[in-house]
Design a protein around this ligand. Sequence first.
Ligand SMILES: [Fe+2]
Length: 558
Amino acid sequence: MASVSTAEFVGTDTSAQTSNPSASDYSGRVLDAESPAGQHFAALASLTGLPMFCCDSSTGEVLAHPEMTRVPVPPLAGQAPIASGEQFAVTEPESGVLQYALRLPTTDGSCLVAMGYALSSSDVQPVEVVMAAAESDWSQADFDAWLESTPHISRTLLERMLTLAVGELDHGELESSMLLEVEELTHQLQQTYEEISLLHSLTHNMQISRTPLELAEICVDRIESIIASVGTAVWIEQDDEDGRSVLVKGDLPFDETGMARLISEFELHDWSRPVVKNNIQGTLLGSDFPGLESLVIVPIAEGSNRSGWILSCNRQDGEEFGTVEANLLHSLATILGTHVRNIDLYEQHQELLIGFVRSLVSTLDAKDPYTRGHSERVALIGRRLGEEFNLPEEDLHNIYLSGLLHDIGKIGVDDQILQKPGKLTDEEYRAIQEHPMMGYKILKELRNLHQVLPGVRNHHESYNGKGYPDGLAGEEIPLMARILAVADSFDAMGSDRPYRQGMPTEKIEEIFERGSGEQWDARVINSYFAAREDIRNICESYSMSSCFVVPAGQMKKD
Ligand SMILES: [Fe+2]
């Protein structure tokens, strides 16, 4: 311990002051404990256990900090600069006195360092320190207190300790920054997952059987949470009386009429890109739409065919809408627009197909006027029987089309045979039996009618295998053909012919009961009995003189 005479110091005992220094002991500048430098300083002091004070190395000012419990010795002359790229420096300004300085992180360009002193051995005589303390008006008590609190440590150990402390802090900061980065990435990943999940859900539901409104419901339900909008609307143009359907989720600062007015404000906008507006209040638009802070509008379109709008208003977090939100809505609108267009094209295609089938059936009716209306009735009865099997709408439609076309092969049979009033010879009968294969050959090249072929080819098969043309039995016979066999038989037996009267329904039903499981599939016969009233109505509605073909859209069960 250094021996110093009190004569070298001025003033009286100020130990109370020195043990609890206030900011006024320093330059007046305070190191903000919450700042990066302040936190770094506290962490260094805590990790090393060394006494430290904070100093601005460019001005020599000492800054106050809650961690400093001792009045520091004013920095000695020749204060050690920290070499560029280094985190700390240890110098020996006087023999046996070690001065350490550690760089503190700052954001304002100032050069703050954490500094302190140690003695390399217990018998050090720090004359320069004594002189510096005396020049700073320290009392003997101040100096003794400083001397007592100053650690004795070798330079090597001190450097090792500082290296470990700096390393630990770097590691901690790296870990913190990585955690922040991971948090940010997790958030982005979650956002991306939500977006992909929504896009996947939409594309997964793009079947023709889904209406645009069903897809729009999926969108409107999830947009709100993904882009944090206060309100979202999907507007789909319709052919009905209102001319549109509007789905809304959340709160919009206007009603449907206001929405139409808002969209019309952008009549001249180039719709190849979305409308994105922020900070609307205080503008002309804001005065017309109170409560509207921000908005994104994208058109639902495929090419130049516009079929509606997606509109999101105001952010839940008060932030602005940007390209991320606009791009997501644009993708959704493109999917919806494509779906609307696909449905439109599909309907056009179906109309063309029905028109084509109608013209084929009318050709057959012209050739064999006695069976006029038979094809329509078989189609409708077949469809009704299919409903008993709970088949999907697409299958019911195919049964209907196949029923219309089931006898189309008769186009290739001699008119004399078709219209012969009396009993047919074996040869004539064989010619008639050619019609299922003939129909199959006529239609098989038409890709759009591929689905009706089983009914056309196999509607004269018997469940017991004694039918034609393929002699199929039981479940080998396509269900469509088993259904049409019952429908065809019912209508043929019940219809008048030039050479005989049609049978009464009771007689037909007796024949059905006897032939169930033999000529016909028992399940289809059971379906007939379950639906007999509807089938009777069908036959009454579509008399022999009828040549009306029901379009697909009008064939609902009710
Ligand atoms: Fe037939």
